[in-house]
Design a protein around this ligand. Structure first.
Ligand SMILES: [Zn+2]
Length: 119
C-alpha cells in the first residue's frame, strides 16, 4: 500500500497498545475478523474535541465534510467502546468513560490553544 494522507498520524498500536489489543480481541470474538485485522494498521488521525470529560473518542480516517455516507455502520463492542465503520474501514472509535485513553490522547495530541474559550 502507498502512503495515505493519514500516514504521519501516530499508530493506534503505538499510542494505545492496550486499547488496540482489546479492539482486536472484541472484534475477533464477534466474528469480525476482517475488521480485527485492520486494527494493527489504524492511525489516530484526529481526536474528538467535544470537550466532554468522559470522551476519549478519535478518528482513524479523516473526518468527512458531511455524513460518513451510506456504507456507514456502528458496532457497539462494549458500552464504552463503539466503532464507526464505513465499508470495510474503521473510521471512528468512540471511547467513553476511559480516562486512560482520554489522557493518552490529550498528551499525544494537545489542543492547539491553551485554555477553553467556551461561552
Ligand atoms: Zn467527544
Amino acid at each position: 500500500m502507498s502512503a495515505t494522507p493519514a500516514a504521519e498520524a501516530p499508530r493506534l498500536a503505538d499510542l494505545l497498545p492496550a486499547l488496540a489489543k482489546e479492539l482486536r480481541t472484541l472484534l475477533a470474538r464477534r466474528g469480525l475478523r476482517a475488521l480485527a485485522d485492520t486494527v494493527e494498521g489504524l492511525r489516530v488521525v484526529k481526536r474528538c474535541r467535544c470537550g466532554s470529560d468522559l470522551c476519549g473518542s478519535f478518528y482513524t480516517a479523516p473526518p468527512p465534510d458531511g455524513s460518513w455516507g451510506p456504507d456507514h455502520r456502528n458496532f457497539m463492542l462494549s458500552p464504552s467502546l463503539i466503532l464507526d465503520v464505513v465499508g470495510k474501514e474503521i473510521v471512528y472509535i468512540e471511547v467513553l468513560d476511559r480516562n486512560d485513553v482520554r489522557d493518552a490522547l490529550a498528551r499525544a495530541m494537545p489542543d492547539p490553544a491553551p485554555g477553553k474559550s467556551q461561552p
